[in-house]
Design a protein around this ligand. Structure first.
Ligand code: FES
Length: 379
């Protein structure tokens, strides 16, 4: 490796590292944020390589470590990685499907220094939850894991991805999440990248359903004020302003894939013009500060109109690059979720047609086999 170049003053320090430890997962959720092309176990970084990544991240100023996947507990060395994160004073958050995590495993992870647990749920109704996860019995295992977390007094967030096939049950889902002991509940409408984009026509809720979901969350916030914190992520197909995806490209988050590729966001590899460096070839600090991929859409210099002259350009950073590419064909275009985008009207029509279709397509479950047949719509 060559010596890293210094970090230019214009480059902010990263806050969070999303470590995709593996793409292996026992569940098959059709909105998974992983790319359609899943990385194989044989290409995964070794324990020593991940520990080196954690060291580099801590040296770079990262404070929060999100241990993700796939299913991160599929890695047998997870306790070692958690212990090293604790040693480097990284706040560790385990993002898990909850499938296959025993009481003893969670106790071992907690003893290693795990700070926080996040379990995703598919519904409060076990039958629909298992149908969406694609695996019978998954729901019951999540309930059991939440119980283990309560017994260990481990901070717990319940993440509930919301879409057309569970949104009408949102009030019950929130009650269920609270009953599991969550002190933070994320009601996150599915974002349509990767598997979610491939399944958009089956998952996109109607505008009316989104409006109702906002109302349900507002009532829950009032009911549980001071007890439970609620995060709400809207599906931006009905928005007028785009979200500042990842808080802005290359502004705070580093995503490392199982094989060590370093990405500005989990979906960045959908932008074929970009080249992504690996921690096996280049220091993390140098990738963050100086790599082509991180600098491609960092700041505002890359922007075209209408973003370039927009008063909100340093608030939403032009929205989402991956979405701009997927829906307009150019990652440097304004995110079409923005009302100023020339493509915005088409998106509104598309959302109306897909969300109200009488005969939506069957779900494409996230499996290595189905990846070949999954095609993302382009508009
Ligand atoms: Fe890549 Fe939004 S998902 S920039």
């Amino acid at each position: 490796m060559t010596a890293p170049a210094p970090i230019p003053a214009r480059v902010p320090a990263p806050v969070g590292l999303l470590a995709e430890l593996t793409h292996r997962c026992p569940l098959q959720c059709p909105y998974c944020s992983n790319p359609l092309e899943l990385e194989r176990q044989a290409s995964e970084l070794s324990t020593a390589q991940w520990i080196n990544v954690l060291d580099q991240a801590a040296d770079l100023g990262v404070l929060q470590l999100h241990l993700s996947g796939g299913e991160p507990t599929a890695r047998r060395d997870l306790e070692q990685l958690v212990a090293h994160a604790a040693k480097r004073q990284l706040y560790s958050n385990l993002i898990t499907s909850g499938y296959g995590v025993t009481r003893d495993r969670l106790a071992a992870l907690t003893a290693s220094g795990l700070d926080h647990l996040q379990i995703s749920i598919q519904d409060s109704d076990p039958v629909n939850a298992d149908r969406i996860a694609g695996v019978p019995g998954a729901h019951a295992r999540k309930v059991a894991l939440a119980g283990f977390a309560r017994a260990l007094d481990l901070a717990l967030t319940i993440n509930a991805p919301i879409h057309r096939q569970n949104v009408d049950n949102l009030a019950a889902i929130i009650e269920f999440a609270v009953s599991l002991g969550a002190r933070r509940v994320e009601v996150a409408h599915v974002q349509y990248y990767g598997w979610g984009l491939a399944n958009r026509a089956a998952l996109l809720p109607t505008r009316q359903q989104v409006v109702q979901s906002i109302d349900v969350v507002a009532k829950a916030r009032h009911q549980y004020k001071g007890v439970v914190t609620f995060d709400f992520v809207a599906p931006d197909y009905y928005a007028k302003r785009p979200k500042p995806c990842m808080g802005g490209w290359g502004r705070g988050i580093i995503n490392v894939t199982p094989s060590g590729k370093v990405l500005p966001c989990h979906a960045a590899q959908s932008i074929p013009a970009l080249k992504f460096d690996s921690v096996t070839d280049r220091p993390l600090r140098d990738i963050w500060a100086n790599s082509e991929a991180f600098n491609a859409y960092r700041g505002t210099a890359w922007m075209k109109e209408p973003c370039r002259s927009c008063e909100f350009k340093e608030a939403d950073w032009g929205g989402c690059r991956c979405q701009a590419l997927a829906l307009t064909g150019d990652a440097a275009n304004a995110d079409p979720m923005c009302a100023k985008s020339p493509s915005h009207g088409e998106i509104a029509k598309l959302a109306l047609v897909e969300s109200t279709a009488a005969d939506p397509p069957a779900l494409i479950y996230r499996t290595p086999a189905s990846a070949a047949g999954a095609r993302s719509p382009t508009g």
